[in-house]
Design a protein around this ligand. Sequence first.
Ligand code: SF4
Length: 238
Amino acid sequence: MSDAATAESRNLRGYPVNEIFHSIQGEGTQVGRPSTFIRLTGCNYTCHWCDTPHTWKMGQIRKPEWQTAEHLLGQIKFRSVVITGGEPLLHDLQPLLTGLGDRHVTIETNGSIAADHEEVSLWSLSPKLASSGHHPDTAVIGHYLSRFPGRVQLKFVIGSEADLAEVKTTLAKVPDARKAAVILQPVTPQDEAFDRETYLDRYAGWVLSVPEDPFWQHYNLQLLPQLHRLCWPHRDGI
Ligand code: SF4
């Protein structure tokens, strides 16, 4: 089959969709923004604490529903669209991005794949730390920061002092990171043990202590909780 025929057959089949839902953005610089989320199946990582294992983990895979770009576009409800996963950059997003036109599009990625879509409003990179079983790819982070200045946020989930130290080491290797929004987010327990008060206490302690480190004077640091977890601690599809 020629390359063109292969691409056509892929476009006809569309995307493996895990879920499409409408909520507020609960993380990062767009927090609170009503958004339509398109969650695609598949990931090239296997993080220990993954909060969406149903998108890739053997035995937990919710069978994806194949949907064409056209079908997906017909379900968009809000101006802001978030394409997430899994790792959405495993798929050819161009037909979908072209159809989304001038909407505000965020791609949430683990920062391991260097992509080049001009249509993307915000590249939300969430590089994985050693505690996940992976390491940040500083070359890929550098690619986005130099190719898309002003359109990148670096979002790190922090569960320990070791995580925080690794974030600093990572940022120090990528000089352009000083120009981007750097978001630190306390890790959220994914089970029934989640307790709002404990989570907020931990977050409040951070707000007082983390910025005291002179390292952060050089960065556009934001300390943010996961808003959607605070609102709906035990619900999926939000
Ligand atoms: S990169 Fe994201 S979706 Fe993939 S395993 Fe890690 S946390 Fe899960």
